[in-house]
Design a protein around this ligand. Structure first.
Ligand code: ADP
Length: 150
């Protein structure tokens, strides 16, 4: 059973995340979308709502589950018996960041990180841009799956 964790804040989930998840589902038997909880971070959407957005987006997908976790991603992977971490790469900034985290995670646990390059039409989308557009009454629906509404 090839099980992967797709970790992130998903505040909120965007079409960029959806693209990586759909493509990841062709590679893995199961994907756990894992929302990391960081007590010191301020979020726009409460945790429960972020979970609901993802569950509603993938309501007919049997191979996907949504969970929340605190602490090290590698410890959560071990607890879930997941051998892989799935990540999306948009640009060189993502690369630098993902590269060091992937190496640290591998040293810590032997868990492999699998990165997929973003599809070009979604490469500019980030949750922070979506939040900015929402706060300023722009048409954020262009960037998020249908279940995400203010
Ligand atoms: P984090 O809190 O770790 O920044 P995010 O929720 O922003 O988490 O992102 C989770 C994962 O999704 C990361 O691997 C990130 O690179 C990837 N990702 C975010 N936006 C996109 C996008 N537009 N296209 C592809 N991957 C993306």
């Amino acid at each position: 059973m090839k099980r992967a964790i797709f970790p992130g804040s998903f505040d909120p989930i965007t079409l960029g995340h959806v693209d990586i998840i759909k493509r990841g589902l062709k590679i893995f038997d199961e994907i756990i979308v894992a929302i990391g909880v960081n007590a010191t971070k301020k979020y726009m959407f409460p945790l429960e709502q972020r979970v609901q957005f993802i569950e509603a987006t993938f309501k007919n997908e049997q191979k996907l589950v949504v969970k929340t976790y605190e602490g090290l991603t590698t410890e959560f992977c071990k607890a879930q018996q997941a051998g892989f971490i799935l990540r999306g790469l948009r640009n060189a900034i993502d690369f630098e960041y993902e590269n060091s985290i992937a190496q640290a995670n591998h040293q810590l646990s032997g868990i492999e990180t699998v990165t997929l390059f973003t599809s070009t039409e979604y490469s500019f989308i980030s949750s922070s841009i979506v939040r900015d557009v929402m706060r300023n009454d722009g048409d954020y629906r262009l960037f998020v799956p249908d279940p995400v509404q203010l």
